[in-house]
Structure formats: C-alpha cells, structure tokens
Design a protein around this ligand. Structure first.
Ligand code: BTN
Length: 258
C-alpha cells in the first residue's frame, strides 16, 4: 500500500518551528537512516525529515533488522541538540510517538523501556537514534521512527505474536499522512521545549510499563535481574538487584519476569 505522502502535502499541513523545516520524500530506500546520514553530513538543515514508503534494509536497535512491510511509516529526523540533551532524544521520540498515536487513532499506548511504543502489550513503533560527535559537541543526531500504521502483522511470522498496527487495532485503515503530520507536530513541541530546558521526564515516565516490574535486562554481555525501580533524568533504567545494589542501565533489552 502506498502511503499517499508527498513532500508538498506535508509542508502544506505543518506550521512547526524546527521539525519539518525540510521534508525529503522517497518511494524506496535502503534505510531512511542512510539517507538522513548522508543529508546530515552534507549540511542538511536541522529539522529535516526523511520519509520513505519502502525500506529494503530497515534497521532496528542492537544491530537487528527492522521488518518494514508496506503500510509502515518510516521516517528519520536530523537534529543538532546540545551535548547535555543528547541522551534525552530517545525519551522525546517515544513520548512524541505515544502522544501522536493517541491523538490520531485514539488508542491508549504504553512505552517499554527504552523506547518501544506498545498497544495492549504489542509493539506498534520502534525508535533508533544515532549521532556523530565532534570534540565535546554534537555534529548531528538522527532519530529514526517506524510506526506500524496499515498492515496485518499475522502475515509476517517473525513479528506476528509481538507486533500490532493501528489498522489492526482499529479495524480500519489510517491516513499515513495524518500520522506523519501529527508526529512532526508532537516532535516539534517537545524538541522546542527540550531546547528551552523543559522537562519531559514525568510524562514519559508515567507511560513506562516497565517501572515496578521484575525484569531481566540484557545489556551487551551483561544480564541484570532485579526490579525496575525508576528512571533517571536522562532516561537510564535503575534496576535494584537481589543483593540490594542499584544498577544504572543506559542501553539494553528488557524482558518482564514473573
Ligand atoms: C527498534 O525497534 O529497535 C528500532 C526500529 C527503528 C525503525 C525505524 S524505521 C525508520 C528508521 N529507518 C530504519 O532503518 N530504522 C528506523
């Protein structure tokens, strides 16, 4: 299914301050991350959004592949945050996505640490961030967001049990253009706020399904078992281990344990 998105349609519908200053639409790419990276190193303006209907080599966190059937909204966004704000981009992106889905589709969402957005416990969106540093400053950061808008997860065995889509939840298709416009608006509001020093932590934390649960976190070669007690200001997960010690985890995979 084609998204029906065009650069002109998006630009006509937004009046944001930073996000969406430029929009690049491509029918098919390897990954919007590749296109955004090339644009960022070539000096693309902050707020540039790259959106594609198809990705032949979509990427997920921790070196995994992102399954990208037609009907997935795939976008990457170039920003130039201060170094002190870099780690907060992940929180910002999952909060914006969660708010966007609730606004456009009226569906309740939760966030699985660090940044998967879920509906009724199933993944509807994934987020990947990458950055390039120069000495003590950020040259660019790219936030890649994939939202399952219009497809039937049961047709894809790899994700049939774990994923959902907006159309799957609603029983009707949803305009990908509406979702993209809303996502750009939510990202803009949060990014402008982030630059002014506004906190987004509380709203993000309140949406986290992980807090208070007994978890196993796999972070590189480390496996940490304990209770996910809280998150710090930058979004790191604080896990209380059985021996009483508190571990700060900045990246990894969480599974809930009973
Ligand atoms: C994850 O679930 O681990 C992150 C998935 C991120 C997918 C998006 S789709 C747009 C952008 N392009 C990619 O190749 N990946 C991100």
């Amino acid at each position: 299914m084609d998204s029906g998105i065009s650069r002109e349609d998006v630009l006509d519908r937004i009046s944001t301050r930073i996000i969406g200053r430029e929009v690049l639409y491509l029918p098919s790419v390897t990954s919007t991350m590749d296109v955004a990276r090339k644009a960022a190193t070539g000096g693309a303006v902050e707020g540039t959004v790259v959106v594609a209907d198809r990705q032949t080599k979509g990427r997920a966190r921790l070196g995994r592949a992102w399954i990208n059937p037609p009907g997935v909204l795939a976008m990457s966004l170039i920003v130039h945050p201060e170094m002190s704000k870099l780690l907060r981009l992940t929180m910002m992106a999952s909060l914006a996505t969660s708010r966007c889905i609730e606004r456009v589709a009226g569906l309740e969402t939760s966030i699985k640490w660090p940044n998967d957005v879920l509906i009724r416990g199933k993944k509807v969106s994934g987020i990947l961030t990458q950055s390039a540093l120069r000495r003590q400053s950020v040259r660019w950061a790219i936030i890649g967001i994939g939202i399952n808008v219009n497809f039937d997860p049961s047709a894809y065995p790899e994700i049939a049990d774990t994923a959902t889509s907006l159309s799957n939840e609603l029983g009707t298709t949803v305009s990908q253009l509406d979702v993209l416009v809303c996502l750009i608006e939510e990202l803009d509001e949060l990014y402008v706020g982030l630059q002014k020093g506004e906190a987004l932590h509380d709203d993000w934390r309140n949406r986290l399904e992980t807090i208070g649960k007994i978890v196993r976190v796999t972070s590189g070669k480390r496996v940490i078992d304990g209770c996910a007690e809280s998150v710090d200001g930058d979004g790191a997960l604080m896990v209380r281990q059985l021996d009483g010690s508190l571990v700060q985890i900045t990246a990894g995979d969480v599974t809930l344990r009973t």
